[in-house]
Design a protein around this ligand. Structure first.
Ligand code: ZN
Length: 328
């Protein structure tokens, strides 16, 4: 059984399933069926926005880390720029004092030789002062730039944190299941049946654990079988059958006639050919412990009665084994 499941899983991995990957281009899938599938996908995965946020979350979390690193680097740059400004400020202060001293000495000079000598010194100190002013302004400009970069790095880090928190809150609010999406799918079920009946071909079916079903329900059906198995209720069964198989079944099940007798008049209730949801892959007859679910007391029936609607399935009360998207 384990080995069989592994093979089935490998097949499923390459089979297009509605909601997971696109339909083949030539398949005509009714709009209602597409919507039903995508609503059931939403029921289990959240809205497209939540699916996107979940996919983005690792990148958002990485951005928090890289922006934290950027803050560290910006702090180092800003500290270095601050140290340059401090040095340039004290150099400028010294240059101003030296100039003031030279200027005073020149004014105090008594002889023309002395005046010339002090004037040359004063000019030298003036040039030194001008250079120190340029150095200080350059250092101040660099400090302003470094400070702005640090502020931007802080903003980026805050924004990244907010983005992560918002994404986490929205994902948490989804809670793993959206009953509204499933309810909206249920409202479409009859339309899905009508439209599918009009366009159905065998290409619209796929396999889920060896059960042939319409691609429309494959994703939700697989979820249901998986969750039932996890809950200790492993089930299998039969899904799609052709009109020819339905005709044979009417004979096998002893219906009074093939085309007109009501389903309930057969030994085992069997729909008139052309009317069964099995013929379009939208119904499944479920088995538990190797035989069809026999009655409403069965463990499998009890689990399905409590849970199947979460996956878009309803029971036909006269047939405990028969589950479809409308209960027909
Ligand atoms: Zn059935």
């Amino acid at each position: 059984m384990r080995k069989y499941r592994a093979i089935v899983a490998a097949v499923l991995a390459t089979t297009p399933i509605v909601g997971v990957s696109a339909q083949p281009a030539d398949a005509v899938v009714p709009a209602a069926a597409k919507t039903w599938s995508s609503l059931m996908y939403t029921a289990f995965n959240g809205s497209p926005e939540i699916v996107k946020l979940r996919a983005m979350l690792p990148d958002l979390r990485r951005t928090v880390i890289t922006s934290k690193v950027a803050i560290g680097e910006a702090i180092i740059s800003q500290s270095a720029a601050q140290a340059s400004v401090t040095m340039a400020t004290s150099a400028n202060l010294k240059a101003r004092r030296a100039y003031a001293t030279a200027s005073a000495a020149r004014k105090a000079a008594k002889t023309s030789i002395e005046r010339r000598r002090q004037l040359a010194a004063e000019r030298q100190r003036s040039a030194d002062l001008n250079r120190s002013v340029v150095t200080l302004r350059t250092a101040q400009t660099r400090l302003r730039t470094a400070t702005a970069k640090l502020a931007a790095a802080n903003d980026a880090w805050h924004a990244a944190n907010v983005a992560v928190r918002n994404a986490e809150q929205k994902i948490a609010a989804f809670g793993g299941y959206d009953p509204d999406a499933a309810a909206r799918a249920a409202q479409l079920a009859r339309q899905v049946v009508t439209d599918t009946r009009a366009t159905f071909t065998i290409d619209d079916t796929t396999q889920v654990y060896g059960i042939t079903v319409n691609k429309t329900i494959a994703y939700a059906f697989q979820h249901m079988i998986d969750d039932a198995a996890k809950a200790g209720v492993p089930m299998s069964g039969g899904g799609f059958r052709t009109k020819e198989q339905q005709i044979k079944l009417r004979v096998t099940n002893g219906c009074p006639d093939i085309w007109t007798a009501p389903a309930s008049s057969c030994r085992v209730p069997t729909a008139i050919p052309g009317h069964s949801l099995h013929e379009i892959g939208l119904a499944v007859d479920l088995t538990y412990g190797g035989r069809a679910i026999p009655n409403h007391d069965s463990v499998a029936y009890q689990w399905l009665a409590a849970n199947a609607s979460r996956y878009g399935f309803e029971n036909l009360p006269s047939e405990p084994w028969h589950w479809s998207i409308t209960g027909n």
